[in-house]
Design a protein around this ligand. Structure first.
Ligand SMILES: [Zn+2]
Length: 297
């Protein structure tokens, strides 16, 4: 499945990479045996050994008036990233973006949920020795409350590299808008504050013709976190706030007819949150319930 329909809005997934690994590498307190015991995660989100499966992907939102890209993955040819395997990628992301029927120059808006390097990479692309905006006619929106504290962090080589190759070229081209989360992109899209993973982290709510979806960003990375929302993700900047945000957001989704599209959830990526014991679990959405069209992208 490549996309979902929410009323008059179509949301398409462009996958950059999918990896399978030990949950303890990114979810302190979560073990492979504890994941293997959650049979509702297998086979899509974990394997029988309890290794978790994670995707890095962009979500393209087509409304009647706007073409919007939510998060832009790691990008090709990066250097200086904190995770060594994110350096010097050579993926087919741009080819896949085009094969899905999209024209880079037709994108109206790019919104990055936060400034970690796996969410801003394809803001730019290499042209000769220079970094240029991948989406030359888009407005690139960043939450001011994310950008300012991030930019003020001194002497962080990882952040400096991201600023240099993924943000500054967009700013230099005059395409960057620092916004508040009350910013209106179009009637169907709302930005929702979900802080804790980073100071100004935001998720995205899509509403059309009585249907609703939410694009998570990194308030949650993997469905296994629904069983223990209080446990941190390794990169949470404020673990207590992230835990509160995770539980409250899941509480608001639980039992509702709201399609949660997980920014890092492996295919099938989308589904519904249900209450389970004193926490939650995830039910992946069957394609026919989310309006899948085959054959596009
Ligand atoms: Zn991420």
């Amino acid at each position: 499945m490549h996309h979902w329909r929410i009323g008059a809005v179509k949301i398409t997934r462009i996958v950059e990479s999918i990896d399978t690994f030990d949950p303890a590498l990114m979810l302190p307190g979560v073990t492979a045996p504890s994941v293997a015991a959650m049979d509702w995660l297998i086979p899509h989100f974990a394997d029988e050994r309890g290794r978790i499966r994670l995707a890095i992907q962009a979500l393209v939102v087509e409304t009647p008036t706007k073409l919007v890209v939510i998060d832009t993955c790691v990008g090709n040819e990066r250097t200086g990233r904190g995770l060594p395997h994110w350096n010097n990628l050579q993926t087919r992301f741009l080819e896949d973006f085009a094969a899905a029927g999209f024209d880079r120059s037709a994108v109206d808006v790019v919104f990055c949920t936060h400034l970690h390097s796996d969410h801003v990479g394809w803001n730019t692309m290499k042209a000769g020795d220079a970094w240029v905006p991948t989406f030359p006619n888009a407005r690139y929106l960043l939450n001011r409350d994310e950008y300012e504290p991030w930019r003020a962090t001194p002497d962080d080589p990882g952040r400096d590299a991201v600023l240099a190759d993924s943000i500054a070229p967009v700013q230099d081209a005059g395409l960057l808008d620092l916004i508040g989360l009350d910013h209106v992109i179009c009637p169907e899209i709302a930005l929702v504050s979900t802080p804790g993973h980073t100071p100004g982290h935001a998720s995205v709510r899509i509403t059309s013709q009585g249907q609703t979806a939410m694009i998570s960003g990194d308030f949650i990375h993997h469905p296994c976190q629904m069983a223990t929302p209080e446990l941190p993700q390794g990169a949470d900047s404020d673990r207590a706030l992230a835990a509160t945000t995770r539980r409250e957001t899941l509480e608001a989704l639980a039992g509702q007819d709201i399609l949660l599209i997980g920014t890092h959830f492996a295919p099938p990526t989308a589904g519904h949150v249900h209450r389970a014991a004193d926490a939650f679990r995830f039910q992946a959405a069957a394609p026919q319930t989310v309006g899948e069209d085959e054959g596009l992208g």
